[in-house]
Design a binder for this molecule. Structure first.
Ligand code: MG
Length: 377
């Protein structure tokens, strides 16, 4: 078995002109930061990952260099310890899976035991638009072939958010499955707004249920287990969450207390592919949906596609998040580290047979966007 000989971490920032007004961030984003992690082995292969910023990780690289590259379980256990002491080091787990796939010449979805590389995608919007623009956006989504759209909340009054969903439903009827993301589970560092309580969440969920919305996402703080369980007892609409939740014991709690119908951890920032593959199987075995958060760059979209196709599959995921909200969030912006953007075809995405994660980097673009830090402004 080859050994890990080097781990290289680089930061990049794409200038966003015009800026991207992400609905979950009070500050419009003028830069899109990407961190690339490369792990090299003694046979000259390179695995690639991306996701969190990996600040301070250089001090931990020594615990991987010299180790057998394919010992994924051992590496994941060390990464879980690093996460406790430092940040979210999971891009390295992705890179190690990519390397492992290249070593055995198989795509990761296949290594995980998946039976199909195809998943049904939903268009995940990121911008809060006025009613008429949101209706026009929903029509564009249908023209682009999608069968589902996720709408963002966070306007000054929730009644304005509800009015947007009502107008889209009125305009498209049953042509689109609709999801709503309330973004109450976590905040950007500079955002001190408190999350909703269970009564407020119940009121919103009840109204969305009446509009035939498929799921309500993150209506409460991520740690409000009692609130989630109570909300599930009160309403019939599916409840989604867990996108940035970190620890295995937190997910165990969410499962045991019956807090969620839809589990959304993202392998670029929670437990990597190593930790989330068994969780995905547990979630599906419990009769719930596993469909990860994928907002980030195209490498994260690819890694979460492999994870989902390799575990839950179409049956256990139903919908795969496909960040899509042109022009502010175009595929070119989202996937700028990649040689070619990941496209949806008639609302479905298909992984290639390339080994590992199938990442083909645009090295010229990465050189042009190289930066010392990975901030949004
Ligand atoms: Mg979300």
């Amino acid at each position: 078995m080859s050994e890990i000989v080097a781990i290289e971490i680089t930061h990049h920032q794409l200038l966003l002109e015009p800026p991207f007004p992400a609905s979950w961030d009070p500050q419009p984003r003028t830069k899109f930061p990407v961190t690339i992690v490369r792990v090299r082995d003694s046979d000259g292969r390179e695995g690639i990952g991306s996701g969190d910023v990996m600040y301070g990780f250089a001090d931990y690289a020594r615990y991987f260099v010299g180790q057998p590259a394919g010992d994924l379980q051992r590496h994941a256990a060390v990464l879980a310890n690093v996460e406790f002491h430092a940040g979210r080091p999971w891009p390295l787990d992705l890179a190690l899976w990519d390397l492992a796939g290249k070593t055995v010449d198989r795509p990761v979805w296949h290594m995980l035991g998946g039976s199909s590389p195809r998943l049904r995608a939903y268009a995940s919007s990121g911008v809060r638009r006025p009613i008429d623009e949101m209706v026009a956006m929903a029509r564009r989504v249908i023209e682009a072939g999608f069968e589902a759209l996720k709408i963002r909340f966070g306007r000054p009054a929730v009644s304005d958010d509800i009015a947007v969903v009502a107008a889209v439903r009125e305009a498209v009827g049953a042509e689109l499955t609709l999801m709503v993301d309330c973004n109450q589970a976590w905040r950007m560092p500079w955002d001190t707004l408190p999350p909703w309580d269970v009564d407020k969440a119940t009121d919103v969920a009840t109204q969305l249920q009446a509009l035939g919305v498929y799921w309500i996402e993150e209506p409460l703080h991520r740690g409000d287990y009692a609130g989630y369980a109570e909300l599930r007892r009160r309403v019939g609409i599916k409840i989604a969450g867990g996108e940035m939740t970190r620890e295995p014991y937190e997910f165990r709690e969410l499962l045991e207390r019956d807090c969620l119908d839809v589990f959304q951890p993202d392998c670029v920032c929670s437990q990597g592919i190593s930790g989330l593959a068994p969780l995905a199987r547990r979630v599906v075995a419990a009769g719930k949906l596993f469909t990860p958060h994928t907002w980030g760059n195209g490498i994260g979209v690819l890694a979460n596609m492999h994870l989902t196709a390799g575990t839950a599959g179409f049956e256990g995921s139903q919908w795969l998040e496909f960040p899509y909200d042109p022009p502010e969030w175009s595929l070119d912006r989202r996937d700028y580290p990649l040689h070619a953007a990941i496209e949806a075809d008639a609302g479905w995405v298909t992984l290639s047979e390339l080994p590992g994660l199938g990442i083909e980097l645009d090295e010229e673009m990465l050189a042009r966007t190289a930066s010392a830090s990975a901030t949004f402004d």
